[in-house]
Design a protein around this ligand. Structure first.
Ligand code: GUN
Ligand code: ZN
Length: 434
């Protein structure tokens, strides 16, 4: 069935390239028309240039609001939703004290299903339409998450955690069982509607060499799979990896050795990378997820955004819930700006909103499908209120220009600014529009 095209009128903002490389890659239409049909973008144009046929389409009026491509979260843990803001620890103690006991609860499929549904709703409430997600070691947690995402027709990427050592017995698999369970999940979910699978070793310390080898085999035996893990987040973690793998040159070399780098390999954090490791990431086509709220919350360190981008590394933004403290990519950019300030660097709203949309799509090798309003892209978008509070309103009224308005929105905005979220051309969050 061919659905009738539908038009949305409002302010439109999207990017066709990184605006730090080419300022003309930012496209803003103050009074724009976004046309959607069959879950795809047909086009975006100034309202004043709409044809008679386009003006005759059924139309939703979002004048006074800002339409952006849906936000892309390139690193998040769905089982950690309920433990966000856990007090007092850095990475390794935080994992043992809070994370592992929480993830244990997902052995119960009903529990996992309830949490998956909450998680998907929370993504959509925040304008996030695609995410790369850690489940737990339990295959049923992956089933629960994919089922909840599929019910909203989301493009979501996730996988079962592989973890066969240095973790509680109740949360470990084996190289063999992890391989077999991942294979079954790949057969069931990879390319099921818009869903994609990520081979997900938690991080080098919790996988034996045999399990890392099995992960490499999985990653390469099925086309278009993702590899999702953590890298160089915390100094104690890095020292631990070096003691566990003394024969390797460093942390990234462990993953590289087992075939876990390359296109669609996504490494969360990558804060404390050596120059050679940056080069390996760039040369292999791997991506890094910048998770500023998490990096500050766990005291992990300051991500070097511009040096990594300049080295040619693909960078996406991640919330890293539950070490991160917000589902909102706007709040993530707010903290990202401050991470840049602490290093004498900047993060403009143009760069930030690019990173939250097309930049994330590029990190995930989905730029042919997601990230902007070019014709043929999948119709995932978010409708933002410029101001959701009296303070935001006052600030917007006193803004100087578009860049300033967008910066105030990026710094002060959060899920209160999300008026509606659309996935696959259908509204999945927000009140019915006029
Ligand atoms: N490294 C290994 N596991 C985790 C996790 O769950 N969260 C974060 N932030 N880092 C990790
Ligand atoms: Zn993480």
């Amino acid at each position: 069935v061919t659905a009738q095209p539908h038009a949305y009128r409002g302010s439109l903002l999207h990017f066709t390239d990184d605006p730090t490389r080419d300022p003309a890659a930012q496209h803003y239409l103050d009074d724009g028309l976004l046309i959607i049909a069959d879950g795809k973008v047909v086009g975006a144009k100034p309202f004043a240039e709409a044809s008679a046929a386009e003006l005759a389409l059924p139309r939703t009026d979002y004048r006074g609001k800002l339409l952006l491509p849906g936000f892309i979260d390139t690193h998040i843990h769905f089982p950690q939703t309920e433990m966000v803001a856990a007090y007092g620890e850095q990475l390794l103690e935080w994992l043992n004290t809070y994370t592992f006991p929480t993830e244990r609860k997902f052995a119960d499929p009903d529990y996992a299903a309830r949490r998956a549904s909450f998680f998907i709703d929370e993504l959509l409430r925040n304008g996030t339409t695609t995410a790369l997600v850690f489940a737990t070691v339990h295959p049923a947690s992956v089933d629960a998450l994919f089922a909840a995402a599929d019910a909203k027709r989301m493009r979501l990427i996730a996988g079962k955690v592989l973890m066969d050592r240095n973790a509680p017995d109740y949360l470990t698999d084996t190289a063999e069982s992890g391989y077999r369970q991942s294979q079954a999940l790949i057969a069931k979910w990879h390319h099921h509607n818009r869903l994609l699978y990520a081979v997900t070793p938690r991080f080098a310390p919790t996988s034996s060499p045999d399990q890392l080898a099995a992960a490499g085999k999985l990653f390469h035996e099925t086309p278009e799979l993702y590899l999702h893990t953590h890298l160089s987040e915390n100094q104690n973690e890095i020292a631990w990896v070096k003691s566990l793998f003394p024969e390797r040159e460093g942390y990234l070399d462990v993953y590289d050795h087992y075939g876990l780098t390359g296109p669609r390999a996504v490494f969360a954090h990558g804060i404390h990378l050596e120059a050679k490791e940056q080069q390996t990431l760039a040369d292999s086509g791997s991506a890094v997820a910048f998770c500023p709220t998490s990096n500050l919350f766990l005291g992990s360190g300051l991500f070097r955004l511009h040096p990594l981008k300049t080295a040619g590394v693909r960078v996406g933004l991640g919330t890293d819930i539950g070490a991160g403290t917000s589902f909102s990519l706007l709040q993530t950019l707010n903290e990202g700006y401050k991470v840049q300030q602490l290093q004498g660097e900047k993060l403009s709203a143009a760069e930030g909103l690019y990173q939250a949309t097309l930049g994330g799509a590029r990190a995930l090798y989905l730029e042919d499908k997601l990230g902007n309003f070019l014709p043929g892209k999948e119709a995932d978008f978010v409708v933002l209120d410029w101001a959701a509070t009296p303070l935001q309103q006052l600030r917007q009224e006193n803004s100087r220009d578009l860049a300033d308005r967008l910066f105030a929105l990026m710094m002060l905005g959060d899920e209160r600014n999300v008026a509606a979220t659309y996935v696959d051309g259908r509204q999945v969050f927000g009140p019915a529009p006029r």
